[in-house]
Design a protein. Structure first.
Length: 266
């Protein structure tokens, strides 16, 4: 019996529907602890976790012990500080690989229509990471690479990720100072924070040479993936961007809607 199962057994009557309800309640409590830790990457004390989740401190302590045994939580530097554990990174990597597999046909369909570079990105550990890319077949094209980190505030993908965040999460991710990459980079933190929580408006997010000279892009978030933050974008040399912007908007929106229907988010 694992430590997590042992923790559940202390609160679960294994007989009948009542036992099932207790089990689901315990899983929900563990999930609330993980959710609180996700909002505080610097770690939290047991007392802070109890306050954030509304659970008794003894319950929090027992569940944290079980989560640590599974490596889903870990005690870090500082007395009583608890953080998310490496076990979740392994689960996240497996989930990301599955998302790449599931979404590849949608990305390929978009690529076939626009004939420019298509990126699937994920916001993870404070960075925008290129998870999948299908490069343009054109001679003049934009290419990065899978695993590359992109600026949150200076790319269409990054802005799309911001729309899926709460204002507090966006503030932590952006920080107080935004780096300027080109003369077009937007460095007003308040302007970036205004994007938080706007994913439902389905507004296109644009990068007009804000990260790289001569490169423009359009991006949209993927809604409906609980606990994860994905976006899809199309990038190209700026010289053909403006004339194609409405076409790109229509095609990217169609791709976004198709993905969200497939995963149950739209």
């Amino acid at each position: 019996m694992s430590s997590f199962e042992e923790a559940k057994s202390a609160d679960v009557d294994p007989q009948g529907g009542a036992g099932r309800r207790h089990e689901m309640r315990m899983l929900a409590r563990a999930a609330s602890i993980l959710g609180a830790l996700a909002e505080h990457p610097g770690g939290m004390s047991l007392s802070q976790l109890a306050k954030a989740t509304g659970l008794a401190r003894a319950t929090v302590q027992r569940l944290v012990g079980a989560l640590e045994a599974e490596k889903w939580a870990a005690s870090g530097p500082g007395a009583g500080r608890v953080r998310l554990g490496i076990g979740l990174a392994r689960l996240g990597a497996a989930f990301s690989a599955d998302m790449r597999r599931q979404l590849r046909p949608f990305l390929e369909a978009l690529h076939d229509r626009v004939e420019d570079t298509v990126d699937l990105t994920k916001f993870v550990h404070g960075e925008v990471i290129v998870l999948e890319q299908i490069a343009s077949p054109r001679a003049l094209r934009v290419v990065s690479h899978v695993g590359q980190a992109l600026p949150l505030h200076a790319t269409a993908s990054g802005k799309a990720h911001l729309t899926l965040m709460s204002r507090a999460e966006a503030a932590r991710a952006l920080g107080a100072d935004l780096k300027s990459f080109t003369g077009n980079t937007l460095t007003d933190v308040a302007q970036m924070l205004a994007l938080a929580g706007t994913a439902g408006e389905r507004r296109r997010q644009l990068d007009r040479e804000e990260c790289f000279e001569g490169v423009s892009a359009i991006g949209l978030p993927i809604r409906g993936v609980d606990g994860e933050n994905f976006a899809v974008a199309v990038s190209m040399p700026s010289q053909r961007f403006e004339d194609r912007l409405q076409f790109l908007t229509d095609e990217l929106t169609h791709c976004q809607c198709a993905i969200e229907r497939a995963i149950g988010g739209g």
